[in-house]
Ligand binder design. Structure first.
Ligand code: PHE
Length: 329
């Protein structure tokens, strides 16, 4: 008798295929039985053929069943072997963060770029003309003491503010001008609220047709300060800068005590945040501009960053302590 039970015992697809050939292939045992048909006496032929066909169909059915079972099993094995455990730990690399000074600078730049200001840069090592002379600070002018300067041996100096970029831009371009200039500046200062290097953003607007007024300046800076600090009050106090006349300093209502008075605002309710004014005619004279008017402003980026992000020691910005930076991810 032909044994079909081994179909059930096949462990792999190729083993099953071997069994199929043994049974149903060209020389398979069942195929050979069919060839025996002619030897069978006529009266038994019908019975023999019926049994043989049944056997063949049974074999085919069992093989097909076993085949799909083994295929499923193979797929399962493959899935198990290739499984990825997404919850496993890997060597993740640390993601860095922008420095708060950079973030603040980007925010400031964004505001003015939207209003069509260009972003200008100038050298950190300046000459006396651009840093002082052209800004209405002639030699021996007492206001030079306001910005204690690092001088180099060759008479050059580290710029003490970003205002020289006003001069460079006006010499390079014709009015009208709308520019800001972010960058590093240097002064001989080191204490709780001063570092020898810090950052400023300068702003300059010059018109040749319409007259620029203090109202334009006020509107621009008020909008800017509200954008940066949220719902604050802004006030302007008379001040002095050699390159602007009249000059002012802008204060915002203290963002920590909402103007009530606290340690940060020295109990005044106000925080000084920038200097500004109408460009002094002597500055226009120095760059050869005639019949123009303009306003300018300058601010310290670190001071903005400290107020915006609640950092209370300026020096911590430059100590490189990663624990500070990690808070800004
Ligand atoms: N340059 C000034 C400073 O460094 C800031 C300023 C710029 C003030 C432009 C008025 C106009 O303090």
């Amino acid at each position: 008798m032909i044994d079909l039970s081994k179909i059930q015992k096949a462990l792999h697809l190729d083993e099953l295929e071997k069994i199929r050939v043994e049974l149903l292939g060209k020389n398979g045992v069942i195929t050979k039985e069919f060839k025996r048909m002619k030897e069978i006496p006529n009266e038994q032929k019908k019975e023999f053929a019926k049994n043989l066909n049944e056997l063949k169909n049974k074999a085919m059915e069992l093989i097909a069943q076993k085949k799909s079972q083994l295929e499923e099993q193979a797929l399962e094995e493959q899935l198990q072997a290739e499984k990825i455990d997404v919850s496993l730990y890997s060597n993740r690399s640390e993601i860095g963060a922008l420095h708060p000074v950079q973030m603040t600078m980007d925010k400031i730049i964004d505001f003015f770029v939207k209003l069509n200001f260009s972003v200008e840069t100038g050298p950190l090592i300046e000459d006396d003309f651009h840093n002082f002379e052209a800004l209405n600070l002639p030699k021996y002018h007492p206001a030079r003491d306001m910005q204690d300067t690092f001088y180099m041996n060759d008479g050059m100096l580290l710029r003490t503010h970003t205002s020289p970029v006003q001069i460079r831009t006006m010499k390079k371009q014709k009015p009208p001008i709308r520019m800001i200039s972010p960058g590093a500046v240097f002064r001989r200062d080191y204490d709780l609220t001063h570092t020898p290097m810090f950052h400023q953003v300068e702003g300059l607007v010059v018109e040749d047709k319409d007259k620029v007024s203090f109202a334009n300046l006020k509107f621009m800076l008020e909008s800017f300060l509200v954008e940066m600090f949220g719902d604050v009050k802004v006030r302007f106090r008379p001040s002095f800068f050699p390159f602007t006349e009249p000059s002012a300093e802008a204060d915002i209502s203290c963002i920590f005590c909402k103007g009530e008075g606290c340690r940060v605002c020295s109990h005044t309710g106000w925080l000084e945040v920038l200097g500004c004014g109408i460009v002094d005619p002597n500055v226009f004279k120095a760059v050869g501009y005639e019949n123009v008017s303009g306003y300018a402003f300058g601010l310290g980026v670190e001071r903005f960053a400290m107020l915006m992000y609640g950092i209370n020691d300026l020096r911590s910005m430059y100590e490189g302590d990663l624990r500070l930076m990690e808070q800004f991810k």
